[in-house]
Design a protein around this ligand. Structure first.
Ligand code: ATP
Length: 316
């Protein structure tokens, strides 16, 4: 039915080599690493062998080059990624604190990423996509929201499907009308990929079983629940279920785990793999990604993930 598409921000991440607080004194940095939640998702989707495409904007600069080259190399259709002549590629400086929390300096709101628009290239791409993956980062970008709202019915009208990774961060929830927008996306989603309390926020109630049943009643067909180091579970409206314990890894950089999980899961399911197999690959994609510095440096091909699973112990 056509590739999986995602819409949104493409940026680079520059990471402090040492833990600590903020950026108020000179520190060693490493980067630029290609980044942006939708870019990480779609890169992992393509690496897994899924047909993948992205709608985004980069600047006419080296940070844009780094992203375009990575996505192209990994097999993402970049025909609807525009290059803005007068806005720089977005960037995020990240420093981890001792307790695992992160300090950021963002340059996204005024970057090329904010210049997303519905172009003839976007129109042509959306016309042949079979699946759209929506990420919560759309709530922070009016431009990404507008394109997403326009693309969903077009893809659904041709028999396509939609997945939603709520990705609800504190800073996103501060944006106007997020709750209504979120609820409207949940109602359209075929597949939901929540983590933390997002399942409860999506359902509007606590209790995993109750929340899942309520979402199935609202039309969601499948739910993959991400549980960080504890692995993941998947449920289908038909009653099928799969569970996967966490793989035991040394966490170097947790950024991007959820996006890689999603990219692998969506790719595997669209390639026709059974629930349990898709969950195992997705669980491995998330776990492998946290072992590498840089938000998408640990994204893996099918062969790399198979190898990783074969030599990594699981939690009991
Ligand atoms: P993100 O921080 O990218 O938004 P998320 O909250 O959406 O992530 P997580 O649950 O943190 O998602 O991670 C997604 C999946 O990646 C998990 O369900 C698990 O399969 C795997 N994973 C993440 N962290 C670890 C870890 N420390 N050890 C093993 N597996 C992990």
């Amino acid at each position: 039915l056509g590739p999986t598409v995602t819409i949104g921000e493409i940026l680079v991440e520059i990471v402090a080599r040492e833990t600590g607080t903020g950026f108020r004194e000179p520190i060693d940095l490493i980067g630029p690493f290609p980044s942006g939640a939708p870019a990480i998702f779609i890169d992992q989707c393509a690496r897994m062998g899924g047909a993948a495409a992205m709608v985004g904007v980069v600047g006419d600069d080296d940070f844009g080059f780094v992203n375009i080259e990575r996505l192209k190399r990994d097999g993402v259709d970049i025909s609807a990624i525009a290059v803005s002549p007068d806005h720089p590629t977005g960037s995020a400086f990240v420093r981890y604190r001792e307790d695992g929390s992160r300090d950021f300096v963002y340059n996204i709101a005024k970057s090329a990423a904010a210049r997303l628009e519905w172009t003839p290239q976007v129109e042509a791409l959306i016309a042949h996509c079979g699946h759209i993956h929506v990420m919560g980062t759309v709530f922070a970008s009016p431009a990404a929201w507008a394109i997403t709202e326009r693309a969903i019915p077009l893809i659904k009208a041709r028999g396509g499907t939609m997945s939603l990774d709520p990705n609800l961060r504190k800073e996103l929830l501060a944006h106007g009308q997020t709750e209504e927008k979120f609820a409207s996306l949940v109602d359209k989603a075929d597949l939901l990929l929540p983590s933390g309390n997002e399942l409860f926020l999506a359902a509007g109630m606590d209790g995993e079983e109750r929340a899942i049943e309520a979402l199935f009643r609202r039309g969601v067909q499948e739910i993959a629940v991400k549980r960080g180091e504890h692995g993941a579970s998947a449920r289908q409206r038909t009653g099928a279920r799969a569970d996967c314990p966490g793989l035991i890894v040394e966490e170097t950089d947790p950024t991007g785990a959820g996006d890689c999980f999603g990219g692998a899961y969506v790719a595997c399911r669209r390639l026709g793999m059974p629930l349990q197999t898709a969950l195992e690959f997705a669980n491995a994609a998330g776990a492998r990604n946290v072992t590498r510095l840089g938000p998408m440096e640990g994204a893996g091909t099918r062969a790399e993930l198979e190898d990783f699973m074969a030599r990594t112990a699981r939690r009991s």
